[in-house]
Design a protein around this ligand. Structure first.
Ligand code: MLT
Ligand code: ZN
Length: 454
């Protein structure tokens, strides 16, 4: 059972009574009823790719894992309504492919797409590489099926774009990481499948204003921008080391942005549009140079490089991840302040900074030096420098977790940075959905903590 009891980053190993693999929603409901009767905690698990220990049981040995992996059916693709209905255990890549076979796009794309599952994407409200155009998972959610903590099934697999009939229950599950119930099915919104793309590697000038560049690119492309990924030279070098055939692209002195326009229309000249936009950015002095992919293989190579960064970090000895986001207007300020915090904490530390700059989301990662113990180093950074970086993000109106969730590892950060009223509301929701506290106990929020007297 080791693959189920250890988290994706191998930071924590719990124990479990059993791993249960239901094949139907009714079986999930039966399991939940039995667990409720016995007072046993339930940890729902999809692809086990959480970065925050959201799908890992504790060490009590009193929890069961409910793996959704056998519930992996594509229930229906509806090209006219532009929606897809799936089991929660469907692998993201398979859902993307089913949509593409019907000429449509499931606009959710992330590094783990070959193994993560839709239920987990909903549970963590996954973000990824095209949020700047299409939003997070919750923005794609049209309908839901979920089993509540007493075995009641919420069956709302509707495809409606508009449905103002009271509380939006499906949205309670987005970002809930299995603490309110087990998602067993979902209806997701699809978009027209892009048939044309223009992908460019922008070598940024030193101090280039990312937010202004983004605004220019969005405005002048009529918002055809689907990706705006920032990478520093160090992150690119790490990715290059992890690739067998790396492309020979380099970063500018201010780093790089991988920008992509996509369109389903044959009537839009995307390359010309990209060239015109880039000419303006060069004119403004924001980019030193740019390279427009001339073929699908060049485009793929740029993407492989971007997606190889986490693997490059892992091969070196891993990183202490800081999945921060700030309002776009403060992204430059965060970069400046954080750099000086790192320098004064320990000038020898090495960083790998990259991320979804189009969403104000940076992976501000501190590399674990090759010759030190990863766990020890992580503990030391997380109890010192990490808090300084999160303080800075918070002071700028940002957050300590933009897209990776809270799980078990970031609960203390939610308590430190979360608004008191918001946490109180979360506890009340938790109590209402899960009065016995059996749904993913220990994740996100401690339900029984006393609320402050008013
Ligand atoms: C990414 O954007 O590549 C991931 O969210 C960050 C990571 O895998 O560390
Ligand atoms: Zn990311």
């Amino acid at each position: 059972m080791a693959t189920y009891t250890t988290d994706q980053r191998q930071l924590f190993t719990g124990s479990t009574i059993a791993v249960l693999k239901p094949a139907t929603t009714e079986q999930v409901a039966d399991i939940v009823r039995l667990a409720a009767h016995r007072g046993i905690g339930i940890v729902p698990q999809g692809g086990n790719t959480s970065y925050c220990g959201g799908a890992t049981p504790d060490t009590s040995g009193r929890q069961i894992i409910v793996s959704l992996e056998r519930m992996d059916r594509i229930r229906e693709v509806d090209p006219v309504s532009m929606s897809i209905s799936v089991d929660a255990g469907a692998i993201l890549k398979n859902v993307q492919n089913a949509a593409a076979n019907a000429g449509l796009l499931l606009p959710l794309s992330l590094g783990a797409e070959g193994s993560c599952r839709i239920g987990g994407n909903i549970g963590t409200n996954a973000g990824g590489l095209s949020v700047v155009r299409y939003g997070m998972t919750r923005d794609l959610l049209l309908g839901i099926e979920a089993v509540l903590s007493d075995g009641t099934v919420v069956s709302d697999m509707r495809k409606l774009r508009k449905n103002n009939t009271g509380y939006d229950i499906k949205q309670c599950f987005a970002g809930s990481e299995g603490t309110l119930g087990i998602v067993t099915g979902a209806v997701l919104r699809l978009a027209p499948l892009p048939t044309r793309r223009a992908s460019a590697w922008l070598k940024l000038a030193s101090g280039a204003p990312l937010a202004e560049l983004l605004a220019l690119v969005r405005r002048e492309s009529a918002d055809l921008l689907t990706t705006f990924e920032f990478m520093t030279a160090r992150s690119i070098a790490l990715a290059t080391e992890a690739m067998t055939n790396p492309p020979s692209v380099r970063a500018g002195s201010g780093g790089t942005v991988l920008a992509e326009f996509a369109s389903s229309s044959r009537h839009v000249g995307l390359d010309e549009l990209m060239e015109a936009v880039l000419a303006e950015a060069i004119e403004a002095g924001w980019i030193e140079d740019a390279f427009l992919a001339q073929s699908e293989s060049q485009r793929t190579a740029m993407w492989q490089l971007r997606e190889a960064i986490p693997e490059g970090e892992k091969r070196r000895n891993g990183s202490v991840k800081h999945d921060i986001s700030v309002p776009l207007s403060s992204i430059q300020r965060f970069l400046d302040l954080a750099a000086s915090q790192v320098r004064s904490y320990d000038a020898d530390l090495e960083l790998s900074v990259y991320g979804h700059a189009g969403d104000g989301n940076l992976h501000y990662n501190v590399l674990v030096p090759p010759d030190v113990d990863r766990t020890e180093f992580t503990k030391r950074i997380e109890s010192g420098l990490s808090l300084q970086l999160y303080d800075t993000a918070a002071a700028l109106g940002g957050t300590f977790s933009a897209e990776h969730g809270v799980g078990r590892f970031k609960k203390h950060l939610l308590e430190r940075y979360g608004d008191v009223g918001r946490i109180a509301a979360m506890r009340r929701i938790k109590k209402a959905f899960d009065p016995a506290g059996i749904m993913n106990p220990g994740a996100i929020v401690r339900p029984w903590r006393k609320e402050p007297a008013s």
